[in-house]
Design a protein around this ligand. Structure first.
Ligand code: CDP
Length: 220
């Protein structure tokens, strides 16, 4: 019997647009490896802050980037980033301090290129671990990381609704500010992607819209 194709699914969208819950659910449904690239930028931000480096200190950023090795730990269906051999606790990468700085670090070209090949290598990691595919979420996945992905989705949600979701999670976030810093990337990843407006949809409804064409591809 022919093996199902290995699928790459790109999910881009603004802050708090529901990318993570959607991607996690898809990874469970199809046995895909899940790569949350926002958590990679957040972990790198936490590591740089731990080393006393601020986003305005470009020489400091460059020196730290060459000193930090980047590897992966697959935990369940999640591809976690390891920096200098260790993972960063979730509480730290979701902290107000990291949230306040991450978009500024992510705007630095050297930071983005330090993670470029790493993100692409997750497809091989997924194959090596016998996953049926890779679902990768972020801001530039369908435009820069995997422009040839089998599926490219862009998750949209009204900014007021997104700010409300973050508040409900008890998290301090400046959703609109991060969207402004991320704007160019968001606009590029929107091009050619299937846009899903999740403002008035439940998680299950969003997942269904994405899962239906994937299921059709896996079992035509
Ligand atoms: O979860 P949330 O939507 O709040 O954001 P995130 O996905 O954790 O991403 C945190 C920040 O990382 C974003 O605001 C972007 O500045 C940056 N990021 C990026 O530049 N490129 C990506 N592929 C993913 C995240």
């Amino acid at each position: 019997m022919p093996r199902s194709p290995f699928l790459i699914v790109a999910i881009d969208g603004g802050a708090a647009s529901g990318k993570s819950s959607t991607s996690r659910t898809l990874s469970e449904r199809f046995h895909f490896l899940h790569a949350d690239t926002g958590s990679y930028y957040r972990a790198l931000t936490a590591e740089l802050l731990r080393r006393g480096v601020m986003p305005t200190d470009l020489p400091g950023v460059k020196t730290a980037l060459t000193a930090v090795t980047v590897t992966t730990r697959v935990t369940g269906r999640n591809a976690e980033i390891e920096l200098a051999g260790h993972t960063i606790p979730d509480a730290e990468i979701r902290s107000a301090e990291v949230t306040a700085h991450v978009a500024s670090f992510a705007a630095i070209p050297e930071v983005r290129s330090a993670l470029l090949d790493y993100q692409r290598s997750q497809a091989d990691t997924a194959r090596r671990h016998d996953f049926n595919g890779l679902v990768m979420e972020g801001r530039d996945i369908g435009s820069k990381i995997f422009p040839d992905a089998d599926f490219r989705f862009f998750l949209f949600a009204d900014p007021v609704e997104r700010a409300r979701r973050r508040e409900q999670q008890g998290l301090h976030d400046q959703v609109a500010r991060r969207d402004t810093l991320d704007r160019q990337r968001l606009e590029e990843s929107l091009q050619g992607a299937t846009v899903i407006d999740g403002t008035h949809l439940t998680l299950a409804e969003v997942v269904d819209k994405i899962a239906t064409p994937i299921a059709a591809r896996l079992a035509p």
